[in-house]
Structure formats: C-alpha cells, structure tokens
Ligand binder design. Structure first.
Ligand SMILES: NC(=O)c1ccc[n+]([C@@H]2O[C@H](COP(=O)([O-])OP(=O)(O)OC[C@H]3O[C@@H](n4cnc5c(N)ncnc54)[C@H](OP(=O)(O)O)[C@@H]3O)[C@@H](O)[C@H]2O)c1
Length: 213
C-alpha cells in the first residue's frame, strides 16, 4: 500500500482520491480551503485524511491537483521536502478564454517547467492530464477502463505511478521521457477545444483518451 498526497481539493483531487482509495492506498489531501478540504475528506471516508496548505507531506507520491502556476509555486514552496518523492503534474495549462493555445511556451511543457522549479531530487512525472474528472472518478469511459499516459525521466517513478494506476483499476501506459509531456499536453488542447465546440455537444467533458483495442 502506498501513501499518496494530493495537493488541492477540487474536482481532480476528488477523482484521484476516489481511484487511489479504490486501489487501497491511503490518501492525504492538502487544500488551501479548510472547510472544502474537510468536506472532501469526510465524503471520501476511511483511508483519507486532510491537512492545510503547507502541511508536512506524507506521501511518497504527490499529485499536484491545482492549476499549473500553482503547481509550480507548490514545488518551489516545498523545496527539498519533495526530494526522493514522485511528483505528478496533471495540469492542462490551456488558455480557457479561447481554448486555442497553451499557456506554455513552445519547446517545453508544464511538466518540464515544474521539474525545473522542483528539487533536483524530486521525480517529476506527467500523468492523468488526459483523464477528465468525471470518467476518472468512475474509472471507466464507454464501459472500458481509462488509459493513463505516464511520461517521466525516472523509470522507478513511472513504475511506482503505474502500480498505483493499475491497482486503481486503470491501464497505465508508459509514454516515454518527460519531454513527451509536450505531446500529452498538446493532445488535451485539442480534446478540450472539442469539448467546448458546439458542433460536438455530446462530449460534455465525459470523454477520455483511450487506445483501442
Ligand atoms: N477537471 C478536469 O477534468 C481535469 C482533467 C485533467 C487535468 N486537470 C488539471 O487538474 C488540475 C486541477 O483541476 P481541477 O479541475 O481539479 O480544478 P478545481 O476543481 O478548480 O480545483 C483546483 C484546486 O486548486 C486550488 N487552487 C486553485 N487556484 C489556486 C491558487 N491560485 N492557489 C492555490 N490553490 C489554488 C483550488 O482551491 P480552492 O478550492 O480554494 O479554490 C482547488 O483546490 C488543473 O491543473 C487542471 O488543468 C483537470
């Protein structure tokens, strides 16, 4: 059983926690809003505990379930406290005003930028950005387990994330080195644009990227 820390108390924090608890891992939720964090922890039940923003991190795997900029600030804030831990960037830094561009310069990715600001001994991985919160909480899309694409430069870190993904009923897919995060993030620019496109009014954020068969 792995101890998991989730920074944030929003939709993705909830969905990740549901899946991690389904995989029999224990979950620490660290949110900036005490009441919201408490409500989330209570609704998750056994195996979940909460704490405030800046509390000591207990998990060997730490999910940044906050907007990209805040994820960057979080790794700066925690500094060496993240050394030796797996830090999972799940962000899609899409310009939500236009859904037409990423808020990341060309030639890099949110995950690589987070890695640059993190402790050099933090093991930064990109994962879960291709899973929307609804299907992630359900664990399935169109009746089949979600795929979770995992990019990172540490094989150990990817193996750890793959293990918790598999235990939570999803299919882990090693997508290669951390620079593949550029592709995972670009794919979601396209997918998120399609969710808000009125020509595809049946998508409604209930989709997920899945390789078949
Ligand atoms: N929603 C999805 O389906 C989905 C799918 C894939 C990836 N993602 C990524 O997952 C991450 C979280 O998204 P979400 O949908 O869970 O968002 P959300 O429901 O809005 O939750 C965001 C969390 O981050 C906190 N937060 C927001 N702005 C902050 C700031 N400036 N400083 C500190 N904390 C801040 C919020 O705190 P408060 O509650 O106090 O505001 C909340 O706990 C984002 O990077 C997003 O791109 C989302």
């Amino acid at each position: 059983m792995e101890q998991i820390t989730i920074i944030g108390s929003g939709s993705m924090a909830r969905a990740l926690a549901v899946r991690m608890l389904a995989g029999r891992h224990s979950v620490q939720i660290l949110g900036r809003n005490g009441e919201k964090t408490r409500e989330l922890v209570e609704s998750l039940g056994a195996g979940a505990q909460g704490g405030g923003e800046g509390a000591a991190i207990e998990g060997g795997i730490v999910f940044l379930a906050v907007p990209y900029e805040e994820g960057k600030n979080t790794v700066i804030f925690y500094g060496e406290a993240l050394a030796g831990r797996v830090v999972v960037d799940i962000s899609n830094a899409v310009d939500l005003a236009t859904f037409d561009q990423l808020r990341i310069p060309a030639g890099t990715s949110a995950a690589e930028e987070i890695a640059k600001h993190a402790s050099k001994d933090a093991l930064v991985v990109k994962a879960f950005n291709t899973c929307f919160a609804g299907p992630l909480a359900a664990g399935q899309v169109a009746g089949v387990p979600l795929d979770v694409f995992i990019a990172g430069d540490s094989q150990d870190a990817k193996t750890k994330v793959s293990a918790v993904v598999a235990a939570s009923g999803l299919r882990p897919i090693d997508a290669g080195p951390l620079r593949r995060a550029r592709d995972l993030e670009a794919m979601m620019l396209l997918v998120m644009g399609l969710q808000v496109n009125p020509n595809h009014n049946n998508f409604n954020w209930d989709t997920s990227l899945k390789l078949l068969p």
